[in-house]
Structure formats: structure tokens, C-alpha cells
Ligand binder design. Sequence first.
Ligand code: ADP
Length: 417
Amino acid sequence: MTAPQSPTRVLVLNSGSSSLKYQLLDMRDSSRLAVGLVERIGEATSRLVHTPLEGGGERRERTGPIADHDAALKAVSEELTQDGLGLDSPALAAIGHRVVHGGLKFHAPTVITDEVIAEVERLVPVAPLHNPANITGIRTARALRPDLPQVAVFDTAFHTTMPEAAARYAIDVETADAHRIRRYGFHGTSHAYVSRATAALLGKDPSEVNVIVLHLGNGASASAVAGGRCVETSMGLTPLEGLVMGTRSGDIDPAVTFHLKRVAGMSTDEIDALLNKKSGLVGLCGDNDMREIRRRIDEGDERARLAFDIYVHRLKKYIGAYYAVLGRVDAVAFTAGVGENAAPVREAALAGLEEMGLVVDAGLNAARSDTARLISPEYARVAVAVVPTDEELEIARQTFELVTGDVKKGVPDSPTA
Ligand code: ADP
């Protein structure tokens, strides 16, 4: 008799307020078995798009009302069952959940218990948009497979190694502590993955290299990673701080908000919406898609040009600042939608930095590829890399390691949050 095979599959769930994204991976070779998305949950026009990636199945689509996350996950489960990949399969080792805000308490992937859910709930005031949706996804998945280990992988976890000098704002300490106001940082799963993949591209161990990671998607953030540990990042208490983004302002004088309230008569909610949804590239030129902005620039559009210049100027400032924070930089890595695809952004952000050892080879920069690659010439002192991010694989990897390996489980016993 042969021993039963140990389970090797991980389902990764990313629950938004009205969406549920999922991927099923086999951790023997990190391959994707199926990927999909349910959107407009709770509306009459919900849509599920499911793509099996093994066995030659076709992409399938369902439209029609899906009332809530519970119904969404059940629909996903039906689709997976149709491909012979059902959630009741003994091959499923665990479910890994993306959780946006883990505060200070969660500095590592964590097996979900009632206590963990309660702590994630306590963090809702600092992540009002994201954590409630993440909790809904967790509750739904636990109800469906109560026997299965479920793991929370936090966007903030990678940044918990930041020194206090980087993480604290220079405001009254009692007020800051009473309201948990500090720099948490986000996109941590991506920064972790990309900094490690960059080290691998250089043929080094992460502990040997210092990397500046530029995650430039619709949301955008930079991080300084020294020997595998994050020492600084650009997003703060919320994902509003830092770089210019698709619709978010990034850094701004906080007095602008008082001014908008006192002089322009705007409410707090209106200011919140202005800075989060109507600022950044969209506020500057009406478009948040870098492809469209480049097309307009090619047609001589001045507003698009200025928006691009402001975006790149901020990026360059952060590269310089993080260079100084790290002291020695081995690589600058670009990732996410803009970072992976927009060669003009990469070129402009590093233009004029030859004295710092940063050079981009025009031919390598222009070449398109889906794999991690260097775009700096061989002689350059600092490597410049384009590294496609893979947050789902990172969540699956961390989840699988936790449930199969000898890694500490449960809530880490850090004293504050
Ligand atoms: P998020 O996950 O934050 O929604 P992504 O990482 O998918 O965002 O990035 C989306 C952005 O990437 C788009 O808004 C667009 O600006 C940019 N982008 C995607 N493809 C290209 C491309 N080929 N050239 C330039 N920019 C691109």
C-alpha cells in the first residue's frame, strides 16, 4: 500500500469590498491550476470569470446576481469542481488570504484563528476600506472548509522591520500612540517578492544585497530593502502617502487639507475623495493610464506632459532619498503595471543619475519581456532590473511554508499594535 500523498495545493483569495480574486496553485512546481475573479458582488450584474490552466479547459464566464461573498465563493467552488479541482479535494493544503492591514502585531504570515480575526477587526479604523472586505473573505472560506488551515498574509508585514526612525511621524508621541498613527507601508508582499527575485537575478542571497524596489501600479510605492529587510517605505498610515499614483496625490503638505476645509469649505469626506480618487495622474491630466498619457504626450498634449514630469520627478526624489538611506545600493527594481511596461518612466526616473552608478541601456529598456531582466549595461555599478511581481505566488508560498514547515504559528506575541 502506498502512503497517501500530502496535499500540495494552495488557494489564494484576495477579497475586495465587491470583488473576489482567486488563484489555485500547486506548490510542487508553483504552477497555476486555475485563476479567476468575481466582480460586482451584491449587484444585479455580477460576473465570474474562471480560467482553468491545466487540462486544456476553456475560460468560462457567468453573469447575473451574486448576492454576497458567500455566494461568490460557492460559485468559485462549483467552477473548480467542474475542473476536478474542487475545494473538498484532499490535495488542498490551505487557503491563503491577502489581508491589507496587519498593524504592528502581524509581522509574518499567520494561521487564522478567532483571535486573529478579532485583531484584524481591531485594525479596521486604520484600514476602513480593505480590512472589512478581507475579514468577509476569511469568514466565508472558513465556513466552507472549517477543517482546513487558513493563513493571513499581510500587506504590511514586510515593513514591520523598519526602524522607529523611519516608521514614526514627528508628531506628539502620546497622540500618535493612542491612535496607532505611524508609517505601516503597503504592497509588502510585492516588495518582499521583488526584492528577493532581484537578488536571485544577481545570483546572490537576499541577505547580501541592498535593493530599492519601485512598485508602480495604479497604487505606487517605493521601498528600501537592506539585506532582505525593509528599512524604509513610501506609503504611510494609509496608502495615500508617497509617490504620485493613478488617482492618489501621494506626498502633500498636510496643511493643504486644513486649507481645503477652512478656505474652500470642503468636508472631510470630500477632501478624502479628492486626494484618494481625484488626484495623482487623473487629477493632473484626466487620465490615470500611463499608456494613454504617453499617447497624448506623443500628440503634443501639454497637460499629459506635465503630469508625466511630476510623476517622474517624485519618483526620482525617492530614488535619491532611498539611495542615501541605504548608503550602498546594488539594484533598483521596477515592478507592477507601470514599472514593468513603461520604458519611458524607467528611463526618465534614472536620467542624469550616472554619477550614482545608475545607467539604463536604451536597447535593453525598450525590449519587451515577461520575465525578470536587467536593463543596465554590464559596466554599471548598480543593476537596474525589471521584475514582474507575483503577489499570489508569494502569498501561496508563505501560506504553504507556514502550514507544512516548522514556522511559528498564531499571533506573534509582540506587545503593541
Ligand atoms: P493595480 O494592481 O495597482 O491596479 P497594475 O499593477 O495592474 O495596477 O498597474 C496598472 C497600471 O499599469 C495602469 O493603470 C497603467 O497605467 C499601467 N500599465 C499597464 N500596462 C501598461 C503598458 N503597456 N504601458 C504603460 N503602462 C501600462
